[in-house]
Design a protein around this ligand. Structure first.
Ligand SMILES: Cc1cc2nc3c(=O)[nH]c(=O)nc-3n(C[C@H](O)[C@H](O)[C@H](O)COP(=O)(O)O)c2cc1C
Length: 212
């Protein structure tokens, strides 16, 4: 049995969202193919994801200098403990599905906060003589991203897109060997084709769900 983290970075739970609509279809197909797997939905806009702020930095500094955890301020304890929970949950899972709209060529800021919480030395990567090495070599990931324009690799505006490319870098950094993507894209640029674009993305989601 595998554990899947279904990670959504979208403020609205509406069918009008292309990324969520495709994500939902993926989940249904995945569930049908893997009825015993556990799927955990991380709705990033609704979760407590501490930012790496002054409390977190001071906590790290104190812990590094040998201060006991219970000697930290209550804010420091709460934030460091929560960040620890998030990275442990990520490490314990087997598969990840990231779902987001594109805002100004990237994902919404909660996704960055979440990424910051899961990139932890000794948990998801380690430092070696030859540089950092990822520790999650037995996982797989899928990214479902919607954008009004066509931004996927190979397209005219691909160089502008940084959300998927950043996630790709992070998956490589933490060692996740399989990272697939579904781009639901171009609905604004060609609104008359929006329905077909969505249908094509859903078909892709169903196909990937069979083997993910
Ligand atoms: C704040 C904001 C910024 C956006 N920036 C971009 C952008 O940089 N490039 C793009 O192609 N579409 C952009 N869009 C359009 C969305 O990516 C598009 O509506 C997409 O379908 C959103 O995903 P959703 O349908 O899951 O909500 C933006 C939309 C919003 C609300």
């Amino acid at each position: 049995m595998s554990t899947v983290l279904y990670i959504t970075a979208h403020p609205n739970e509406t069918e009008a969202s292309y990324s969520l609509a495709v994500g939902k279809q993926f989940l249904e197909a995945y569930r049908a193919a893997n009825p015993n797997d556990e799927i955990v939905h991380l709705d990033l806009f609704k979760m407590d994801i501490p930012r790496i702020d002054a409390d977190v930095f001071s906590a790290w500094e104190k812990l590094g200098a040998g201060t006991a955890f219970d000697q930290l301020t209550s804010e420091e304890q709460a934030k460091v403990a929560r960040l620890g929970e998030l990275v442990n949950q990520f490490v314990e899972a087997d598969k990840y599905v990231f779902v987001n709209p594109t805002w100004n060529f990237s994902y919404p800021p909660v996704m960055k906060a979440y990424i910051d919480s899961i990139c932890v030395a000794g948990k998801t990567f380690k430092y070696t003589d030859k540089g950092p090495v990822g520790l999650l070599g037995n996982k797989k990931a899928l990214h479902i991203q919607a954008s009004g324009s066509v931004l996927s690799p190979g397209s005219a505006y691909a160089d502008f897109e940084i959300g998927h490319r950043h996630l790709d870098v992070i998956m490589k950094f933490i060692g996740v060997p399989s990272f697939e993507a579904i781009f639901v894209e171009g609905m604004a640029a060609a609104s008359d084709q929006a329905r077909q674009i969505k249908e094509n993305a859903i078909q892709q989601a169903w196909n990937i769900a069979k083997t993910f």
